[in-house]
Design a protein around this ligand. Structure first.
Ligand SMILES: CC(=O)N[C@H]1[C@@H](OP(=O)(O)OP(=O)(O)OC[C@H]2O[C@@H](n3ccc(=O)[nH]c3=O)[C@H](O)[C@@H]2O)O[C@H](CO)[C@@H](O)[C@@H]1O[C@H](C)C(=O)N[C@@H](C)C(=O)N[C@H](CCC(=O)O)C(=O)O
Ligand SMILES: Nc1ncnc2c1ncn2[C@@H]1O[C@H](COP(=O)(O)OP(=O)(O)OP(=O)(O)O)[C@@H](O)[C@H]1O
Ligand SMILES: N[C@H](CCC[C@H](N)C(=O)O)C(=O)O
Ligand SMILES: [Mg+2]
Length: 488
């Protein structure tokens, strides 16, 4: 049980009605999870409005209701608290409920279209190797010190998020590295948290189904930096067109990283091959295992954050040089007889696909073919489909369009949306195969000695979501099984 008054600390209350209640057993934004004594917070969502479930929550046992609009009829023995924004209230209340712990650990948030998982995971690995107990909140998995927990979102809802941070604190974690998605910022999942630092990777086309315009997407991402406290650090990518804008109104201490211009954290690529990257970072040469220019940016962001967190520069670079990236990001394998190269990557935006394919192009020695297998997710930004197809065609010798997670859409129609982006000159080099396993198999059959197969879009995912059901599916496992069979 927790005192209601304490949980409401810092919440902007407009009015209070009904019967006074002093304690609640927990907080819930979902009426279906309410228990006797719960405080139900009615949040306006994207599909429905939590206010329609106030009665269901009361029937379920809620004793307190936090809402933006008071119901027409009030139930007996229930306290109603009217707030300006229930989602913001949920964030602040969850933070209070779990002991305001974000300020007691060092919480670092990473935002941007691409690179969040990579940067957060590298920071987690780096600080763990520097002998700190750390937490990780990411798309691939959550981790509390060594314990791995499954992840359902890039950034969990406010209640799950604060609960997770509380578990991390209880386990003795002193650092938590987390991804901050644009959905999370917009839906106030991070409201109430105190960040020690924020990192911006980049912003390119994605999620326009949700944010509607690119300007709005930028505005939402910027809000994260606008809300950082003055004692925090804010690190941004000087080479991204919007890198400066992100820090324009932040109170935090500002730092920039760059491969192209003068910056606090300045990098230069000396070598970029399948063996990894050789970089000079602020005059120190470092050999890294990560591949591709985009990873040079991720490494610079990680280095910058570690320096801002007062770690020794030499030690940081020493540890960084041994680190591998996150699962399903440029995961590299070679077929039996060492003939075909396979790369599984989570590129599911035009920019990510472009970066990965440009990296592969740079790494080629000669006339090897690049065969790309790619699809787009259903119930997500439709505008990126033709653009991803165009990018795939531009940088590949052969392309197989296939399904990703169709969710509630028709996989064949998603592929048609992609095909609309195929340039006329590329019409002869693509085929479409809805069944993703068949598509991967076909790519392996098409590949000759030394050719490179890129399987893009699903990275670490272990399922394919079709009409609400998650079927077992693992690009890496399928590709490696087929690679075992390749005898040519
Ligand atoms: C579009 C979106 O972001 N939706 C998220 C949002 O749900 P919503 O706004 O649609 O909620 P809703 O269904 O309209 O319901 C409104 C309210 O009524 C409540 N309700 C609903 C039904 C009921 O019977 N009783 C009840 O109380 C709900 O609990 C909710 O509080 O809030 C929920 C709780 O936080 C999230 O689980 C849900 O994520 C959905 C499943 C999702 O797929 N989200 C993706 C797009 C997402 O968030 N992705 C980002 C990463 C993106 C990236 O950068 O790559 C992420 O952070 O994971
Ligand atoms: N700094 C970067 N710039 C551009 N592309 C990148 C960068 N880092 C990674 N990528 C590409 O984007 C893909 C996704 O990377 P990552 O998972 O780190 O990003 P993310 O921001 O966490 O994505 P999500 O929003 O889906 O969680 C990678 O598989 C790679 O193709
Ligand atoms: N976090 C991203 C993941 C997309 C991954 C891709 N495989 C897809 O299903 O579209 C999203 O929810 O939009
Ligand atoms: Mg991620």
């Amino acid at each position: 049980m927790a005192l209601l008054q304490q949980i409401l600390y810092k919440v902007k209350i407009i009015s209070v009605a009904g019967a006074p209640v002093s304690e609640v057993s927990d907080l819930q934004t979902d009426s279906r999870k309410v228990k006797p004594g719960s405080c139900f917070i009615a949040v306006k969502g994207t599909l429905t409005d939590g206010h329609s479930f106030i009665n269901a929550a009361i029937t379920g046992g809620a004793s307190v209701v936090v809402c933006e609009i008071l119901p027409a009829t009030l139930s007996d023995n229930i306290q109603y608290i009217v707030v300006g924004n229930s989602a913001v209230a949920a964030g602040i209340m969850a933070h209070n409920f779990y002991g305001e712990l974000s300020g007691k650990i060092k919480l670092v948030g990473v935002t941007g279209t691409n690179g969040k998982t990579t940067i957060a995971t590298l920071l987690f690995k780096l600080f763990s190797q520097l002998n700190y107990k750390c937490g990780l909140i990411s798309t691939v998995q959550n981790q509390i010190a060594g314990k791995i927990l499954p992840s359902t979102h890039t950034t969990p809802d406010a209640i799950s998020l604060n609960k997770l941070i509380a578990e991390m604190y209880a386990e003795g974690c002193t650092y938590v590295f987390m991804e901050v998605s644009s959905h999370a910022i917009d839906q106030h999942r991070i409201a109430g948290l105190t960040f020690a630092g924020g990192i911006f990777s980049n912003i390119t086309h994605d999620h326009l189904d949700y944010h509607k315009t690119f300007d709005e997407y930028i505005r939402v991402k910027k809000q994260f930096f606008d809300s950082l406290p003055s004692f925090a650090f804010a690190i941004s990518n000087a080479d991204d067109k919007r890198g400066a804008v992100m820090l324009q109104n932040t109170k935090a201490k500002k730092y920039l990283y760059s491969l192209k211009t003068m910056a606090d954290f300045k990098g230069k690529i000396i070598e970029n091959s399948l063996r990894g990257l050789v970089l000079v970072i602020n005059d120190i040469e470092v050999h890294c295992r990560l591949i591709g220019t985009f990873n040079a940016y991720n490494l610079l962001a990680v280095y910058g954050a570690a320096v801002c967190l007062n770690e020794n520069k030499q030690t940081v670079l020493q540890v960084l040089s041994g680190l591998t990236g996150a699962e399903g990001r440029f995961d590299y394998m070679v077929s039996r007889n060492e003939k075909i190269i396979g790369i599984v990557d989570y590129a599911h935006t035009p920019d990510a696909l472009l970066n990965v394919l440009a990296t592969i192009k740079n790494l080629k020695h000669g006339e090897e073919k690049v065969i790309t297998v790619v699809g787009c997710g259903g119930n997500r930004d439709k505008a990126k489909r033709p653009v991803m197809a165009e990018v795939a065609c531009q940088y590949s010798d052969q392309i197989i369009f296939t399904s990703d997670n169709p969710r509630n859409e028709d996989a064949a129609q998603i592929i048609k949306d992609m095909e609309a982006g195929v340039p006329i000159i590329a019409r002869k080099k693509y085929i479409s195969i809805v069944d993703r396993k068949e598509a991967i198999k076909t790519a392996v059959n098409l590949a000759g000695q030394q050719d490179i197969i890129l399987v893009a879009g699903k990275g670490h995912e272990k399922y394919q979501e079709i009409n609400g059901i998650k079927y077992d599916f693992d690009d890496k496992k399928i590709l490696s099984e087929m690679f075992q069979l390749v005898g040519k």
